[in-house]
Design a protein. Structure first.
Length: 411
């Protein structure tokens, strides 16, 4: 039987699949062209206006690639534009943000122990921050500071640190790091949409009209492309972080998120230097490893004392699930079959923290994670893993009936 939980789960799966596919395509083309640009050589005999060339071999074929300083004298009729990978990566990522964090705001976006926000306010903060981030970044790049590469990068890093701290003050830990990644990815996609592609279209139009294109258009696009190159690896880390509670379920998550950008810069510097023929700066691997060890230390460093468990459901959704028929029976099932692992101090040997940071110790916990319990233990047998807690089919039926009763009461 299909219900909205099943439809929502498969919708998330489909959009996430699209997001991963388009992200791979965008990252692949971005990395390729940066490596190509840095590896260009200028042997004797190159034509006028040619900045460099490179010979490549791949898949049994040889490729001869040339890059022009601005553009060739005559454009071919057919040009391949690399833009849709970036656009669809952002569109699919934003769709996921809606499906997971906006639709499920009470469960994933808002943490009542961090800030007791109404859903509309949390979503508004998310949307405004993404738009404001692009505006602030774009204005910095267009200011006098934009000509100072090092100074600009330091100021941008400060902006990212500030946003990491801000998100940690208003959202759940999981949502905070995810939003830091979305904030950065929005800047990257907007670079393509508002700067790189429009500038290239102006150059193409000038050439076809017989005008000489302005060199600054290409220089501006190259600057933004270089920024995207250095931001890619941190974004991947932040997007994966929601699967690893030690990265987000800590008081120091905002600092972990900030330091991730230093790791991205150090490791990309190695590959960029290598592709540019400037040797292999192996120290960058040591620096990256050292920063990673700092992240590991921060993940277990003492923070503020843990708040007492909130036993009573607080949000309307939690209250609805706690009041639904069959909740008492389901509570007994969950406490008996799930809470040995999904606890602040798991009782299962060798388990040091709750899987996925999902705790099921109180009525509020069970009501808050009703959908996950329903999908993982009611509709499927994903949990308990290998049925190590011996959950029976009758108990799974209790979970299904309870969840459906609660969703019917909402309608």
């Amino acid at each position: 039987m299909l219900d909205w939980a099943v439809i929502g789960e498969w919708a998330e799966f489909a959009v996430r699949w699209l997001h991963v596919i388009t992200a791979i395509a965008w990252i692949g083309s971005s990395f390729y062209f940066i490596a190509l640009d840095l590896g260009l050589r200028r042997p004797p005999g190159l034509g006028a206006g040619v900045a460099g060339e490179e010979w490549q071999v791949h898949g049994g074929g040889f490729y001869h690639i040339q890059k022009y300083t601005v553009a060739p004298d005559r454009l071919p009729d057919h040009l391949i534009w690399f833009k849709w990978e970036a656009y669809w990566t952002w569109l699919s990522g934003f769709a996921l943000l809606i499906l997971v964090y906006y639709v499920g705001a009470e469960f994933y976006l808002i943490d009542f122990e961090v800030m007791d926000l109404p859903i509309w306010a949390a979503v508004a903060i998310s949307l405004v921050s993404l738009a404001a981030g692009w505006i602030a970044y774009d204005q910095l790049c267009k200011s006098r500071l934009g000509a100072n590469t090092t100074g600009l990068m330091l100021v941008l890093f400060g902006l990212l640190v500030a946003m990491s701290w801000f998100y940690a003050q208003v959202f759940s830990g999981r949502a905070a790091l995810l939003h830091l990644g979305a904030f950065t990815a929005t800047i990257m996609s907007a670079n393509v949409f508002f700067i790189i592609i429009p500038n290239q279209k102006i150059v193409v139009a000038d050439l076809r009209a017989g005008r000489e294109p302005a060199a600054y258009l290409g220089q501006m696009a190259k600057q933004r492309s270089l920024h995207n190159n250095y931001l890619t690896l941190p974004v991947i880390f932040l997007m994966l972080s929601n699967h690893y509670p030690l990265s987000f379920a800590t008081d120091h998550a905002w600092l972990i998120g900030a330091l991730v950008f230093l790791m991205g810069v150090s490791i990309r510097h190695f590959f960029n230097a290598m592709h540019a023929g400037r040797g292999r700066p192996w120290w960058t691997w040591g620096a990256t490893a050292a920063i990673f060890l700092v992240l590991v230390g921060l993940s277990v460093a003492p923070g503020r004392p843990e708040a007492a468990l909130e036993a009573a459901p607080r949000s309307p959704a939690e209250q609805r699930f706690a009041a639904a028929a069959g909740f008492d029976e389901v509570e007994s099932v969950v406490l008996g079959r799930c809470s040995m692992c999904h606890a602040a101090q798991p009782l299962w040997p060798g388990l040091h923290w709750a899987p996925g940071n999902l705790r099921l110790e109180t009525q509020a916990d069970i009501a808050r994670h009703a959908r996950a319990i329903y999908l993982q233990s009611g509709l499927s047998r994903a949990m308990p893993p290998g049925n190590i807690a011996y959950m029976t089919e009758e108990e799974r039926a209790l979970i299904r009936d309870w969840y459906r009763a609660a969703t019917r009461s909402r309608n």
